[in-house]
Design a binder for this molecule. Sequence first.
Ligand code: AP5
Length: 216
Amino acid sequence: MNVILLGPPGAGKGTQARKIVDSYDYEYISTGDMLRKEVQSESELGQIAKSYMNNGDLVPDKYIIEMIVTSLGDLDSKNLIDGFPRNISQAESLDKKLIENKQEISLVLHMYVEDKELISRLSNRAVCVSCQTPYKLKFPDEINEITCINSYCDNSSIKIREDDNPESVARRISVYKEDTFPVVNYYKDLDVNLVDINAHRPEDEIFQEISKFLEV
Ligand code: AP5
């Protein structure tokens, strides 16, 4: 069973994903989180990915597809996939892998928000240095006052993501429109169960709507 979260940077995919895994039995697979861990550990992939990510560009498909395919698990796994597929070629690779695994996409949650709100959200976001949970800063110095609320993080500090600067945010939004948004129509054409979610609403209201589709 595979649920995909699609949406522009700052739509709240990571926020909703954490609510979903807290309430439902899904394995959370986030390509962005996986890549940031690679960067943090200075692995070979991390060193390759870093400049693409900081510029707001997509990391080349050959690295991403290999990384995700090994994470999809066995036939019975329930995956919540955030940040993948990011273009048609990735969507086709995912289809191929799911057919091999005798799995399918059960639901695509397409979260949409207008650009102005995305830019505002990303200019006030910080993330936990350990688990990458996103936080909304009410004022810039709050970054020194907040620690991660998750008990397993043991009061980890939070930091600004390197790609949350105005230039990278603009680039990420433009890459989303050019490369990723076509994936929405790709799934609609394939008659995959896709729902459009207005994500410019309070977080809990969005989660309530998403829950209705997960409980069907
Ligand atoms: P990735 O980590 O996937 O980032 P993204 O898509 O840019 O999305 P974000 O994490 O920025 O936003 P989000 O939608 O999760 O929002 P969040 O919940 O944090 O990718 C990063 C990079 O990795 C890419 O640019 C690329 O280089 C590379 N990459 C990743 N996957 C790849 C792939 N498949 N192929 C190639 N390259 C890949 O929320 C944002 C803020 O808003 C937070 O402060 C939050 O508190 C707040 N917020 C959330 N919901 C609401 C709400 N309803 N109302 C008000 N505020 C809200």
